[in-house]
Design a binder for this molecule. Structure first.
Ligand code: NAP
Length: 311
């Protein structure tokens, strides 16, 4: 089967679509999935460049890529009653390197969810990592309630465009920050107030917020605390030294760390089924074009999500 692998940190040319053996199913809690779609996340190009090498260490030969899984169950371990062959499932891989840019994968059954009928599965592929990040940030860390005022810095990004819709679905009033060309995009997603970072510095806003979700992470708790209500929270996406110091010092400064969460994924798919959440697909690439997809996402101009078509 085909799988994306790399053995050195570097630019996109280190990536290879290689032939490897199909994985074998485990004895318990195990599903063999034929992958139809995945999506590219910022972590994929950052991993490939070695941005997290202080944590991940020296690169292993034949390191895998890709975290989002959308596919069909083609084999299951005998202990599983709740899945049938042919079920369409979605999941987020919880290991450090991923492995979903691959034609088949073995996943733990208790880490994936069935995809409800009649939602486009290429869109679902944009949900596991980006959607779970937005869901955990807003609902778990931010404790979002109906009527809350939420600021999303980076409303047109993969995570941000889902965050706008999730916040609206839960009854928030949303202010989105994007470039001028993406103001309409954010408005169409439901943002009540749209601000272009090219025209205005949101740090000079006179409004206050219950949640500031700094998706593109170019502010900090200290820079935004004058915009927070008394119990408001600032949520960052990158574990920099400043972020860690602020988290340790101020309980209103929080860092979202995405991890597989079935409750989140089920809720996100329910929102899709109810037409409250859509993944806006900027471009769809074939697995063989993974280098082009990396070059595209690394420019950080993607509007919505990049989908990788595999099956
Ligand atoms: N901690 C975690 O668990 C976790 C999980 C997922 C993602 N992340 C991180 O979250 C960040 C966002 O990820 P993503 O996948 O959403 O990224 P992405 O889709 O690649 O972000 C690209 C988008 O960001 C917008 N953007 C760039 N500069 C901006 C600025 N100064 N202000 C507002 N918008 C700006 C771009 O729009 P314009 O062209 O209009 O500027 C573009 O739409 C990344 O750093 C990623 O590593 C962290």
């Amino acid at each position: 089967m085909k799988q994306v692998l790399y053995s050195n940190y570097g630019d996109s040319s280190v990536l290879k679509v290689d032939e490897v053996d199909k994985p074998r199913i485990g004895k318990k809690n195990s599903l063999l999935v034929k992958i139809y779609y995945s999506s590219l996340n910022a972590i994929d190009w950052k991993n490939r460049k070695g941005d997290f090498r202080l944590v991940s260490g020296l690169i292993k030969p034949r390191t895998k890529q890709g975290f989002d899984v959308v596919g069909e169950v083609i084999e299951k371990s005998y202990d599983l009653q709740e899945f049938d062959l042919g079920d369409k499932i979605a999941g987020l891989l919880g290991n450090f390197e991923g492995g979903s840019f691959s034609e088949y994968i073995v996943v733990k059954a208790d880490s994936v969810v069935k995809i409800p009928d009649n939602i486009p599965i290429n869109q679902v592929a944009g949900i596991p990592m980006a959607g779970t990040t937005a869901w955990l940030a807003l609902l778990k860390l931010g404790g979002l309630k109906k009527g809350d005022k939420v600021l999303i810095n980076g409303g047109s990004s993969g995570v941000g465009h889902l965050a706008i819709q999730i916040a609206k679905a839960y009854g928030a009033e949303v202010t989105s920050i994007s470039s001028t060309k993406n103001l309409d995009f954010c408005k169409q997603l439901g943002a009540d107030v749209t601000i272009s970072y090219q025209d205005e510095d949101f740090l000079e806003s006179t409004s206050t917020f219950d949640i500031i979700f700094d998706v593109v992470f170019n502010a900090s708790y200290k820079k935004t605390k004058h915009l927070l209500k008394a119990k408001g929270v600032y949520i960052g996406t990158t574990p920099t030294g400043t972020m860690i110091k602020e988290m340790l010092r101020y309980k209103q400064a929080k860092f979202v760390s995405v991890h597989p969460n079935q409750v989140a994924l089920k809720d996100l798919l329910k929102l899709m089924k109810e037409d409250k959440l859509q993944v806006k697909i900027d471009k769809e690439f074939l697995l063989n074009d993974i280098i082009k997809a990396h070059d595209y996402i690394e420019k950080s101009r993607t509007v919505g999500k990049l989908i990788i078509k595999i099956g």
